[in-house]
Design a protein around this ligand. Structure first.
Ligand SMILES: Cc1cc2nc3c(=O)[nH]c(=O)nc-3n(C[C@H](O)[C@H](O)[C@H](O)COP(=O)(O)O)c2cc1C
Length: 365
């Protein structure tokens, strides 16, 4: 396997692009459409290799343990993300491979060891996406209760992970959530001081956690106007922390030769052939247990929840989608994590047309 010089997340593309959610059925969509992604391993591998060959920057799985019910029980199929990324590391050449980790479920010393393994196996392409919330029924599977202050737990978790990766000397840690003795870890990671980190969050405490600890926040928006507010708010927290951190967002994509074709397909999979009961449950759970969206988003954008778990839709021709990406980059987004109804079907044509447009616009090299 060729050795990359550096993780593409730290590379020269001004606007980073990756695929989100291919480790789970539907990716981010909730649909009964026959194109629905079933996360069959060979399809996942094909999508990862297409993304890698096309020069996308990252492949980002979601962390899921339970389905959302309904006819499809959306997301009941999913792969664990450290082993997922490690399995792909020997079968790809340059793309960054993230693990998405519930800080409540995975002990930090174990996560440090798994992350280091991934970083070595991929020659420095590992990434860590931390998820500090949100879904109590999933935590019930582990006999865990979500603490009130999830980001206080996340901060301790990340501190332990960081110190384990630094590996200087064995250490004890006593905090509110962890009481650990004689922690050590070797080898250290290829990426120093640690692999690229994201935190998936929206709330003010989540923004503070990402601003104080992570390379990027991975967050949602519903309109350009609220994205501006979110970006300014996050930047002020980053400035206050005296650090630098980027901002990424999830999107769902339908790209076709004409806008009408793209809109028709979107309407078909996210309205006509959605799984209403699963959408209801997904929205209700998110509303109750997470602040990951602006409250108005739930009522206004049901189609977006069916289409892509409440993420922003990019629906149209390659030129229209490139324009939107340029606009989002101008707002301050450093990158997008893209979901598709079926990445294997969608990626080849889409990337072939989109990437040259972004290169021409100076967003990618
Ligand atoms: C863009 C984005 C992606 C997320 N991905 C996941 C995921 O894969 N698995 C999960 O359990 N939670 C995920 N979450 C939930 C968050 O990690 C977090 O627990 C939740 O948003 C509640 O925290 P908040 O109030 O700060 O947003 C995601 C949130 C956002 C904003």
């Amino acid at each position: 396997m060729a050795r990359v010089k550096r993780n593409p997340m730290r590379g020269g593309n001004k606007f980073k692009l990756g695929v989100f959610g291919a480790n789970a059925d539907g990716c981010l969509s909730i649909t009964r459409h026959p194109d629905r992604w079933m996360a069959d391993w060979d399809d996942v591998l094909a999508a990862a290799q297409m993304s890698d060959r096309a020069g996308l920057d990252f492949f980002l799985p979601l962390a899921r343990w339970k389905g959302f019910g309904g006819e499809t029980n959306a997301r009941h199929i999913s792969y664990e993300t450290f082993t997922f990324a490690a399995a792909l590391s020997g079968l790809t050449e340059q793309i960054a491979l993230f693990a998405t980790v519930h800080t409540l479920i995975v002990p930090p010393v174990y996560a440090a060891k798994a992350l280091v393994t991934l970083d070595h196996a991929s020659h420095g392409r590992a990434g860590l996406n931390m998820v500090c919330g949100w879904n109590q029924p999933e935590f019930d599977m582990f006999g865990l209760t979500k603490p009130d202050q999830v980001y206080d737990q996340g901060r301790e978790w990340f501190e332990i992970l960081r110190r384990t990766l630094a590996g200087d000397a064995a250490f004890d840690f006593k905090g509110e959530f962890f009481d650990l003795k004689g922690v050590e870890g070797a080898p250290g990671p290829v990426q120093q001081p640690h692999p690229v980190t994201l935190s998936a969050a929206f709330s003010p405490p989540g923004r503070d956690f990402a601003a104080g600890s992570c390379d990027c926040i991975f967050t949602t928006f519903t309109t350009y106007d609220d994205a501006k507010v979110t970006i300014a708010d996050f930047q002020s927290r980053v400035d206050k922390a005296g650090r630098q951190a980027g901002i990424f967002a999830p999107v769902h994509v339908v790209c076709r030769p004409t806008e009408q074709e793209a809109r028709d397909y979107y309407q078909d999979y996210a309205v006509t052939r959605t799984d209403d009961a699963a959408v209801d449950q997904h929205m209700a759970m998110k509303k109750n247990m997470s602040g990951s969206h602006d409250p108005a988003a739930y009522d206004l954008y049901r189609k977006r929840f069916a289409g892509g778990a409440g993420s922003y839709p990019l629906i149209g021709t390659p030129e229209q989608i490139a324009e939107e990406m340029i606009g989002l980059n101008n707002l301050g987004f450093g990158g997008l994590a893209m979901s598709f109804v079926n990445p294997k079907y969608e990626l080849p044509w889409f990337l072939d047309r989109l990437l040259p447009l972004l290169e021409k616009a100076g967003l990618r090299i």
